[in-house]
Structures are given as C-alpha cells and as structure tokens.
Design a protein around this ligand. Sequence first.
Ligand code: NAD
Length: 496
Amino acid sequence: MINDAAELARTYFETGTLPGLPEGHFIGGKFVAGSDGETIESFDPGSARAFARFSAGKAEDVFRAVEAAEKGLAVWRDTAPAERCRVLNRAAMLIRERAEYLSVLESLDSGKTLDEARGDVRSCARLFEYYAGAADKLEGRSIPLGAGLSSWTEREPVGITAQIIPWNYPTSTFARGIAPALAAGCAVVAKPAETTPFTALVLAGWLHEAGVPAGVVNVVTGLGVDAGAALVRHPSIAHVTFTGSVRTGVGVMQAAAPNVTQLTLELGGKSPLVALADSDVDKVVDGALWAIFSNAGQICSAGSRLVIDRKIHSEVLEKLVQKARALRLGHGLKGPDVGALNSEAHLGRVHAHVEAARQRGRSILTGGKPVTDPETGAGWFYEPTIIDGLPCDDPAVQEEIFGPVLAVQVVDGADEAIAAANGTEYGLVAGIYTRDISEALRLARAIDAGQVTINDYWAGGVEVPFGGNRKSGFGREKGLEGIEAYVRTKAITIRH
Ligand code: NAD
C-alpha cells in the first residue's frame, strides 16, 4: 500500500482514482459482492468527478451482515478483556502506520482538506487506543445482603450494535462508536453514509488484520433508506448509534421502537460562540473563524452562531470579515484553507438557506454564493459567509445550515447572551469568551448544552464526553461515558 500523500495525490490527479480501494461489503471477515450487484458512484467533491463505485446494499446484505455479527458476537463477548485490549491497540498502531493512505482517501471522498482528514484519522487512532485501555476495566461491584446471600453485578456487552455513520467525519465517527463497542465485547454492523463509504470499509479490513475475529465488525454500504432502514429495524440489533440529522434521527427512533432497541442519537446543532464585552477581541475573531469555517462548516458542533455584545461587535466583525475573505478555497489535496462541500445536493441546500436570508433583507457581510476551485473551475465550494444582526427568530438562527455560514446575533450584556444562546431547540456545544471567570462559570451552567468551553471552542479530545441535549440528541460518546451505551449491568445473587 502506498502511504505517501504526495505520491497518492499525484496518482489520483493522473489516473482519476486511487489504488487499493475496497470492493463490496465487509461481512464475516472478508469483502463480498453485494446481493444484487448494484453499485453507486462515489464523487470527489473537490472536482465534482466520480472516482469509484461502491455496492448499493439492500436488506439481504444487511441480513447477511447481522448473521455474521451473531457468530462474531459469540466469540468476541467471551474473548478475555486483556486480549480485546491488545487487539484494539494493534488496530490503533496499524491506523497510525497507514494514516497517510486513509487521510488521502478521506479527503478525496469527503471534500475536506488533507490536514483536516489527517486530524480525523489521528482522532480515529486515538479512540482505539483510549478504549483499548478501558476494555479490561469494566468491573462490577458486590452488594452486601447479609448472611446466606451473595450478590454482585457483571457488566456484559449489549450485543450487536448498528452504527449509522454520517459523511462529515466518517473516520472518527466510525471509531467513536466502534472502539468502545469492541472494548465492551459487542459485535458491530456499520452503515457509512452514501457519499463517504470507503474509509469504513478500509478500517473494517484493518481491524480484522489487527486480530478482530471474523464477523465482529461488518460494514454494509448503500443508501440510508435501503441498507440503513433495514439495519435499524432488524430484531437482532440490540443498540443503534445514529449520527445524522434530526429528521432522520426521529425516523430511526420510530423504526427502532417496535423492537425496543436501545439508542444513542447524535443529531444536529446550532451552537453559539458567546463573546461578552470584556473578551479578548483577537481570540474571539480567531475562535469564531475556526468554529464555523473548519471542515467548511459541516460540523454538528460548529460555532454557527456568534452571540456578541454590542460593545465589541463592530471591531470583531471588521476583523472577522477580513479574515474570512482571506481564506483560500480549493481541492482538499492541494492544501487550501477550506475544502469543498460534500455533495452538490448539500451545496444547493446551503445556498438555499443563504438566498432565503437575502430575500428576507438580511445583511450578508461577506460570501453568499457557490464557487468553484479557482485552479480547475470545478467542484462544490461555498464562500465563507457571515450574516449580521439577526433576530432570534430568524430561520438562519434557528435552522442548522451545516455549511460555512455564520449567523451573528447582537446582545446587550450577559443575561441577553444567555437567552440568545438558549434560544434554539438544539443544545450541543457552546463557547464562552470573557475575562471574568465568575461570569464564565455562571454562563457555563446557564447554557443548555452537552459541553461548554471557556475562552476556546472545542478544547479537549477523545477523553472529553460529547453529546447533545434537547433536539441535539441523547447519550454521550467519547470519554469513559462513551462506553456506557455498549455495556449493561447484570445482577447475580446466590442464596447459600
Ligand atoms: P442524514 O441524517 O441524512 O444521514 C446520516 C446517516 O443516516 C447516513 O449514513 C444515511 O445513509 C443514514 N440514513 C438515512 N436515512 C436513513 C434511514 N431511514 N434509516 C437509517 N439510516 C438512514 O444526515 P446527513 O445529511 O448525512 O448528515 C448531516 C446531519 O448530521 C447534520 O444535521 C449534522 O448536524 C448531523 N451530524 C451530527 C453529529 C453529531 O455528533 N451530533 C455528527 C455529524 C453529523
């Protein structure tokens, strides 16, 4: 395998594809052809050209994968936790050794910049390392009941978990669910998003190579309405982690209800970056730029709203607009600041939101239209966009745009900032900028979000639990909390 980004990029630009792409689904420890042979094109968003095809999985492929997972579960749940730990560490090592291949593939499939893809791959490896360390520490407790009775708890794997993966962070989202599931002794059937299927297939193969037994990790590619829907409805699935939109998440809840299947839902967000009057203006500018334009804004936890005190509004916005205009857009493999949006359909959705704001007479300070790679004139790019002075009930404040579009809300004082921050139906993350630590802590407690960062946005790594409140979902991933979804407690009591 070529593991050199420059060489891989050269090969891609010369041939229009990458070597070593997996074919078919990964079921029972090997790549197998799809049941009906149908395939779907996968596009490079940076050039708008198809570079590969993948299998369009159907219910029959899902049935095969679940059957394989049943066999895998029987082996893996009884594998000594210390061995599970060794296998996950070997997997992390393989991912680190081959990181450049995976990063180039992810950049190509998703449209993100190569550096962003490298970050995603590093998180992926780190998640396997982190949960490797937890595999042999899932201990129960003993419960005193008096003479003649002994009682204790055991923490057993929930069973087969379905992982429905989105397209914005395919590599780390794969690991975020699958690493703790494997540490706990579960088996997995994963369904990657239809626009980014390849890294999940590659990772499943590498996990097997690292020692994960056949059938323990299976990947079925295809459309959400076919493969995804069949998977969440399957009666042998004990748990589903779904990461995606609120609308699809609600559908998944409904589909899982008849089997009373356990769920972890990581849904959307409209997260505020709150800047109080006394904050460090340059830190706010850099924080806001990073929070909304990383990954071209396609991040559930993006800081897509700037809630800013009137006293620093013009200074911050002047600098922010200047920096947003200086960002270089381009094909992910050519080292730009901002990559492409993931699909043409998504580009259209983002632009429709901005157009609607324009029609409402909103003030678009910069950006506001789709563009192409300046070198090739191709690709699905969107200008970094800032919409200023929005009232709380404006759709650009209330609706997740999931693109490089910042909605600015001007407030007077900290209490108005809290009200604005809590003024949507989401509750995923919040950033708070102020020099007053008491005020920062008051806001951190008052803002309804799964995680809050003070004087930064997204500080912390895989060790910090992540998840939403309200319509952002429920359950927590990452951190030690992240393993809880994959274990259940059994109480055993003996009368003697
Ligand atoms: P989506 O909901 O359309 O798709 C997500 C996944 O669900 C894909 O794999 C898709 O194939 C699958 N799917 C679609 N229909 C399905 C069905 N009926 N049954 C089962 N699976 C189905 O979302 P998207 O457009 O791919 O992703 C963008 C959304 O995801 C945004 O709203 C974003 O906020 C959210 N997201 C959230 C997080 C988080 O951690 N909270 C992370 C990434 C993305």
